[in-house]
Design a protein around this ligand. Sequence first.
Ligand code: NAD
Ligand code: MG
Length: 302
Amino acid sequence: MTNGNTSDQYTFQNPVDRFPTITPPKQDQPEPGLDATLEPKTDRGEESYRGTGRLEGRKALITGADSGIGAAVAIAYAREGADVALAYLPEEEEDAREIVRLVEEAGRKAVALPGDVRDAEYCKQLVADAVEALGGLDILVNNAGKQVAVENLEDLSDEQLDDTFKTNIYAFFRITKAALPHLPAGSSIINTTSIQAYSPSPFLLDYASTKAAINNFTKGLSMQLAPKGIRVNAVAPGPFWTPLQVSDGQPKEALPEFGKDTALGRAGQPTELAPAYVFLASPESSYVIGETLNVNGGMPTP
Ligand code: NAD
Ligand code: MG
């Protein structure tokens, strides 16, 4: 909790100062970054998110669920009544333990499934393990992502190009493909894209390209699966304070200004994204198909 604001997401309040304007110190973490050592801390709704039974009895697999946006979604899903399988990298065990604890504290099952989504075999095994441990699957959140800033295309290594595409888009295809045979009608697939899909930063060419691909994948797949009763949608975050940003996601000199260029004038906190993922997972969005829900503090998109 960054500012002691424990009022829940239904409390009438001014979005400008629901969370403080942060000026993060320049800092560096090796990839993947950890929430445990991020300064300032993020707000993932630990003390504020209030569930109202919107996902009662549901079974969700969330990738990148140990930290940042995925962690906020895991907390929200559990408090809305869902059991949750959490995918993350083995190096993130410390962060993942905390989210497992919070899911269990909500009275739901938490299944920890560490591994590397660049590995095609892991993508298959992850789904098989989640299905077995949860007794099925009806929500898939493809959220794991790699973002490393490189100023000039000449300096973008082949290795990074490969890793970014494998993590951010190949894995979305592979995990979704493995999940399909298990998803009953009524299921939801939600993909994390980005404002970068529309407004690419010049130093994020590889990352932004994958985010545009995710939008396109979401819209095409949604048409394929709608007749089967499976809805596919995306969420496009603007600038949210998470460990992604300090593990070379932003140029170091940009960190203190992070998120200040939004209409609200501040970076988002991960918990502010959770209701979008809850809405798209829940039956209340039954007629919402192939949509990208922008949650970006005021950065108009096409
Ligand atoms: P984060 O670092 O907390 O989460 C990213 C997660 O991706 C990590 O926790 C890690 O578990 C996972 N991951 C990365 N490489 C992996 C690999 N090879 N194998 C398995 N897991 C891997 O940061 P976040 O900001 O919460 O990012 C979540 C998603 O949100 C990403 O897709 C990111 O692109 C997207 N996004 C973030 C922002 C933002 O401002 N933070 C904006 C737009 C989109
Ligand atoms: Mg993490």
